[in-house]
Ligand binder design. Structure first.
Ligand SMILES: C[S@@+](CC[C@H](N)C(=O)[O-])C[C@H]1O[C@@H](n2cnc3c(N)ncnc32)[C@H](O)[C@@H]1O
Length: 247
């Protein structure tokens, strides 16, 4: 099952909603950043945002993901973008990090913290950030409160911890950060570069796996996720939470 999932996702430019434009907008809210900054990008995937961060900053970036093929894709991309020296890659888990405490000037994570839990991740990562520095993390969040039942039922299974922006701001504060800003990703950042690519890839793989029941299940799940977004994108999106570790 996992193999089919990865075949569907391999070589995509990005592995979740997001865009370079929004990475840049969020980055502008984390200034000033020292010229010798050390940035930690957690759940980097194939590194769309890692490369953008390398273009935006002068120091070094440590990119961590537990799926080795994504790290390999990222390494190839760093060469193409000529930023290899700035990016150190690590295959490892974001809940078992071996970096020195207070050694980063910025912690970044797009579309990945949900896999260990938003509040848990914030609490775990805080120690690696220097006091007075920022964390910028995206988390899927409710944008409205009058949720259609079908949508609520879907997310109750997919990610029961999903909360409103207010809930997530409270979680940020529970983890002892001071919120600086939130930034909601528009629906275009889910379609361009992500869902549209998956739908195109599925079209090809549909033929290859026409009689494969496991593949059908994986594809049906993806199609359901995408259909939910097509119908209800006004109700939820990824939101950047940009917050400072107090001095
Ligand atoms: C939705 S993708 C987002 C990837 C990338 N940030 C992007 O926006 O394109 C989530 C990423 O988190 C990684 N991941 C999931 N659980 C992880 C863990 N425990 N430790 C490290 N990486 C993890 C996955 O391999 C995947 O690359």
């Amino acid at each position: 099952m996992l193999e089919i999932f990865f075949e569907l996702h391999e070589d995509l430019a990005q592995q979740g909603p997001g865009s370079d434009e929004y990475t840049r907008k969020a980055f502008s809210l984390t200034q000033p950043l020292s010229p010798k900054s050390r940035i930690l990008d957690l759940g980097c995937g194939p590194g769309r945002q890692t490369i953008e961060l390398a273009k935006l900053s002068k120091g070094e970036i440590h990119a961590v993901d537990n799926h080795k093929p994504y790290i390999e894709e990222l390494r190839i991309r760093t060469m193409k973008a000529r930023v290899t020296e700035k990016i150190k890659t690590h295959v490892g888990s974001m809940d078992d990090l071996n970096f020195a405490e207070e050694s980063f000037d910025l912690i970044w994570s797009e579309g990945a913290i949900y896999s260990i839990g938003f509040e848990k991740g914030l609490k775990l990562w805080r120690r690696f950030l220097k006091p007075g520095c920022y964390i910028a993390v995206t988390e899927v969040s409710w944008l409205k409160s009058d949720l259609p039942e079908e949508l609520r039922n879907y997310w109750n299974v997919a990610y029961p911890d999903i909360g409103s922006i207010g809930d997530n701001i409270r979680r940020v504060e529970q983890a002892e950060f001071e919120l600086a800003a939130t930034l909601t990703l528009p629906a275009s950042t889910w379609w361009d570069g992500y869902y549209t690519q998956i739908l195109e890839r599925m079209e090809v793989l549909n033929k290859k796996y026409a009689d494969d029941e496991t593949a059908r299940k994986v594809f049906d799940e993806e199609k359901r996720e995408i259909e939910m977004f097509r119908r209800y994108s006004d109700y939820y999106s990824y939101v950047f939470y940009i917050a400072k570790r107090p001095l």
